[in-house]
Ligand binder design. Structure first.
Ligand code: HEM
Length: 143
């Protein structure tokens, strides 16, 4: 059961990254060249990020790499999953949520594009920093 959740969460990273990139590029075109704002694509990306949040929260209570025993902060893997990963990702997903809803409240598409480029852009940088890439975290995988 845990392995299914972990593989889903791990594989969904690629979907999330691809969607984030597509949303930012299309929002940039909306901002700079008046292309229509892609609200549905932005909403779909928001949903995928919330799915990651949900899977992550469930796994947080099951993972062998989340343990708050004495000295866990000195262990780089336990510190990463127990503190760093969750903090960075929750912040990124908050920015995505703010970006989506703030964009909806703007007066026109150009401003919507601008808001999305800024907030999703920061969120993407955070996600890239928060992912346990195998070259960084020894117990992580690519899929
Ligand atoms: C966009 C958001 C997120 C992305 C892209 C992401 C990505 C990943 C990846 C790639 C892994 C490694 C899986 C592996 O070892 O193969 C992972 C593991 C994990 N993530 Fe996330 N994550 C996100 C959000 C979250 C959040 C918000 C939480 C907590 C609330 C969370 C909790 C965990 C936990 C507990 C593990 C498993 C550690 C283990 O047992 O090895 N993740 N995540």
């Amino acid at each position: 059961m845990y392995d299914i959740l972990k593989h889903t969460h791990s594989g969904l990273r690629w979907v999330a990254l691809l969607l984030m990139l597509t949303v930012i590029v299309t929002a940039w075109q909306t901002w700079k060249s008046n292309a229509p704002y892609k609200q549905r694509l932005t909403l779909f990306t928001l949903i995928v990020s919330h799915l990651q949040l949900l899977l992550g929260l469930i796994m947080y209570f099951m993972s062998p790499h989340v343990q708050f025993g004495e000295g866990f902060m000195k262990d780089s893997v336990l510190r990463f999953y127990g503190v760093e990963h969750i903090t960075i990702m929750v912040l990124a997903i908050t920015l995505i949520t703010m970006g989506y809803s703030k964009a909806k409240r703007q007066a026109d598409d150009r401003l919507r594009g601008q808001v999305v480029v800024r907030l999703f852009g920061i969120a993407l940088v955070l996600i890239l920093l928060g992912i346990p890439w195998p070259f960084r975290i020894p117990v992580a995988g690519w899929f």
